[in-house]
Design a binder for this molecule. Structure first.
Ligand code: ZN
Length: 97
């Protein structure tokens, strides 16, 4: 049995660059609609995070394998140095320097 590369796990060839998830790679893929670019209604999807809208409603976001990879490339192309977040008195977060 080969080792499973979990989403977010370091890659052997680039220890600091985790690979994007792939369908049936051992992560918790489920069936449902893709919230990504393709908007397909029924396929294997992976929870990639949650979103909160004004008013406090929260939804879980599920992406298919293609959209996970597209999001991965987009984040790579728009990557910025890591910034620390600090909590303001009003409860909102602001990027620190
Ligand atoms: Zn998709």
């Amino acid at each position: 049995m080969s080792p499973v590369a979990r989403y977010g796990a370091p890659r052997a060839d680039r220890p600091s660059a985790p690979a994007p998830a792939r369908t049936e790679d051992g992560n918790d893929w489920t069936w449902g609609a893709c919230w990504g670019w393709c908007e397909r209604p029924w396929l294997r999807v992976l929870w990639v995070g949650s979103a909160t809208i004004p008013g406090g409603q929260v939804a879980d976001l599920y992406y298919c394998g293609s959209c996970v990879r597209r999001m991965y490339r987009r984040v790579q192309s728009h990557a910025r140095p890591h910034t620390h977040l600090r909590v303001l008195d009003c409860g909102q977060e602001e990027a620190g320097t």
